[in-house]
Design a binder for this molecule. Structure first.
Ligand code: FAD
Length: 669
């Protein structure tokens, strides 16, 4: 039984008809009334920019906030590999149902059927919308849009723009947003950080934001507030996320009543450039699209791994039979294209067993040599009529194709590592990448606070315990372009008589004062340690105990360690500068203070989920072959946490019901 405090509001009816029927019957707001309704959108990444421009186009008055200097710099810009859609352009058996099925299975049966089906349905519209807004997706020679493979699927459904898909999609969404800014329908507040939500009589009515340049606090009213504020992977300090990505907006909402769902569901991406030392503040992703053509391996013999680590052996010297293509060996059906959680754990397993190939022993190879020569080289040779190409010819012909497909990623790898990946296999290792957890939302994307919504990575909604590659961009744009414009009507049609509330209202005054007090407190501590010192320490606690593998003892210790660290932070952090100026250290202090609270909830969530599923791998719960072992009888639910006070949370369960999919032990063999 689901908790009575949460209602998912999933429409009745057949899975295939739920969304089309719902959006045809959801109450509407007439155009005249829309003009007097104000909507605040916090965040201008793919979710925020698409939502804001669409809502403005519909006639609402929209205010958009982001902490970067331009909406165009949201973290979405970093996305490399691609975006999924069930277009079946390859005629390889794809369909809406298959995308739905792959996503539910990929998420290890911990996502809602109705949401995921809707996502798969609207995926096709996203591609059309993006093409119409000028996104230069890669095309085949004949002009049709091209596709590539991503993990967890056996079809090619990933649309891409070289290795810059996020950037191009964001430019598309941004141009739509700027059009509305130009027409006065959207008011843009760049370099503003939302530091609290304002609730009046249990309903969200606005936000408190800080102008990051002047330091001035501002109050803003909205009939509805949409948090499109991205994920919280930076709680681990080292992650592939942009340095600025943080949990503050979602966390403030949580502290004001919005439940936080599945906080421990973190995605560790298998193909990142390995950590090279403790001087780093960020990790770099090598896109999953590379697994399309790269083969992952480590040496078969430990002596070879040791020799490679000692710099005495070059990997290119190892013959085929001396290499262990462990994903192809363990998972013949999906091979290198198993989902991320599976690939990450398999890399860790090999490295823990002593087969790692870099100095720290925490790296495996991602090698393009085979496909460069024998896939692309051969095709090119045939096209050019070269009947008996030499190995060198094959390599050079294939090189051009690989360069065309992945050139910017290869350049990036070489710039960071100094190693030429066309000549040597890349070294990769798993790193924190994405957070499936987030604010709990119902089918309408509304949190447990009426009027407060969460979209994109900020919500928990569609990916269960593991997100399939190329599906975050899909979800962010689905939420913004195609879901919220309809579902928000269900709420706003009751708001047409609500006049704009003055920001002199006592709730705004009190919220602003609380924000100011906290800023003053940061500046008054004048301790001896930098904000980064605490962030790094927190990150290590999280990675060691709530990262790729978790266990009861470690999680209990982590909770205590985080509490102690939080205490130390509030007594000994040093935040230089002043409140009324541009002060990046002050910004960081606020974000790290929130991470120090979130970390505790993540460990608690991981501790209470006595099973393994997707990215949540509890060492106590695994099959004999080391795969995640779910416990559907006891844990087939969304964990929605309500904060009673800091350190005291109540667990609310939303049962997951599978009427259209037979749930089974996940297998990619
Ligand atoms: C390196 C990398 C590569 C990736 N590649 C892919 C890929 O190929 N395919 C795929 O599907 N997914 C990919 N992802 C995941 C995907 O990029 C993200 O999940 C997605 O872009 C998130 O979009 P969003 O709109 O939810 O949030 P974001 O793009 O993170 O935007 C957040 C917005 O919120 C604003 N904000 C946050 N907090 C506040 C605050 N307190 N006040 C004011 N503004 C605030 C920010 O300024 C920003 O505008 C990748 C992720 C990474 C890290």
């Amino acid at each position: 039984m689901s908790s009575s405090k949460i209602t998912s509001k999933i429409p009745e009816g057949n899975l295939e008809q739920k969304w089309s029927k719902y959006r045809s019957t959801v109450p509407l707001v007439n155009p005249a009334n829309k003009r007097s309704i104000e909507i605040i959108v916090v965040g201008s990444g793919l979710a925020g920019a698409s939502a804001a421009s669409t809502l403005a186009e519909l006639g609402y008055k929209v205010k958009v906030f982001c902490f970067q200097d331009s909406a165009r710099r949201a973290h979405s810009i970093a996305a490399q590999g691609g975006i999924n859609a069930a277009k079946n352009y390859q005629n390889d058996g794809d369909s809406v149902y298959r995308l739905f099925y792959d996503t539910i299975k990929g998420g290890d049966y911990r996502a809602r059927e109705a949401n995921v089906y809707r996502l798969a349905e609207v995926s096709t519209n996203i591609i059309d919308q993006s093409v119409a807004s000028g996104v230069p997706f890669a095309r085949e020679y004949g002009g049709l849009l091209s596709n590539r493979s991503f993990g967890g699927t056996q079809v090619q459904r990933t649309f891409y723009a070289a290795g810059q898909t996020g950037q191009q999609l964001l430019l598309g969404a941004y141009s739509g947003l700027q059009r509305q800014v130009g027409m006065g329908a959207v008011q843009m507040f760049a370099r503003h950080e939302m530091l609290d939500v304002v609730n009046i009589d249990g309903v969200c009515r606005g936000i408190i934001a800080r102008d990051l340049v002047s330091g001035k606090l501002e109050r803003h009213f909205g009939h509805a507030v949409l948090l499109c504020t991205g994920g919280y992977g930076n709680v681990f300090f080292l992650s592939t996320n942009a340095m600025g990505s943080n949990v503050t907006a979602a966390w403030k909402a949580h502290k004001k009543g919005a439940m936080f769902a599945n906080p421990c569901f973190t995605q560790i991406h298998p193909t990142c450039i390995p950590v090279s030392g403790d001087h780093q503040s960020k990790l770099t992703l090598m896109s999953e699209s590379l697994r399309n053509d790269g083969r992952i391996w480590v040496p078969k013999r430990k002596e070879d791994a040791e020799a490679i680590r000692a710099g005495k052996l070059n990997p290119n010297q190892l013959k085929e039979e001396e290499r262990d293509y462990y994903l192809e060996r363990r998972y013949p059906a999906f091979g290198n294209l198993v989902p991320r959680d599976v690939a990450s754990r398999a890399a860790k397993e090999r490295c823990d067993a002593g087969f790692g190939v870099n100095k720290t022993g925490e790296a495996v190879y991602l090698d393009f040599a085979f496909n460069m020569k024998y896939k692309y080289g051969k095709i090119e040779a045939t096209k050019k009529g070269i009947s008996n190409p030499t190995e060198e010819q094959l390599k050079s012909l294939g090189h051009e194709v690989i360069k065309e497909k992945y050139g910017n990623l290869f350049d990036m790898y070489q710039q960071i590592t100094g190693v030429n990946p066309y000549e040597n296999p890349m070294m990769i290792y798993p790193a924190v990448h994405y957070t499936m957890g987030g604010l709990w939302v119902d089918y309408n994307l509304m949190t447990t606070v009426p009027g407060l919504y969460a979209l994109g990575e900020a919500n928990f909604s569609d990916h269960g315990a593991n997100r399939l590659g190329a599906s975050a961009l899909m979800q962010g744009l689905a939420d913004g372009y195609f879901v919220i414009p309809y579902t928000i009507g269900a709420y706003l049609n009751n708001e047409i008589r609500t006049k704009a509330i003055s920001t002199d209202h006592e709730a705004f005054v009190a919220a602003e004062k609380a924000v100011q007090d906290r800023i003053d407190r940061f500046l008054s501590i004048k301790g001896s340690k930098s904000v980064d010192y605490f962030h790094k320490k927190l990150g290590k606690i999280m990675w060691d105990n709530c990262g790729m593998a978790r266990n009861e003892t470690g999680l209990k210790e982590a909770i205590e360690a985080i509490k102690a660290l939080r205490n130390e932070f509030w007594n000994d952090v040093r935040v230089p500068g002043a409140a009324n100026e541009l002060n990046p250290e002050l910004e960081k202090a606020g974000r790290v203070a929130d991470f120090l609270e979130l970390g505790e909830l993540m460990c608690l969530d991981a501790l209470k989920r006595n099973e393994s599923c997707g990215g949540h791998f509890r060492e106590e719960y695994q099959t004999e072959e080391g795969e995640a072992l779910r416990d559907d009888e006891n844990f087939k639910y969304v964990a929605a946490w309500e904060m009673l006070e800091l350190g005291n949370w109540e667990l609310n369960k939303e049962d997951l019901i599978y009427d259209n999919i037979k749930i089974a032990q996940r297998s990619y063999k």
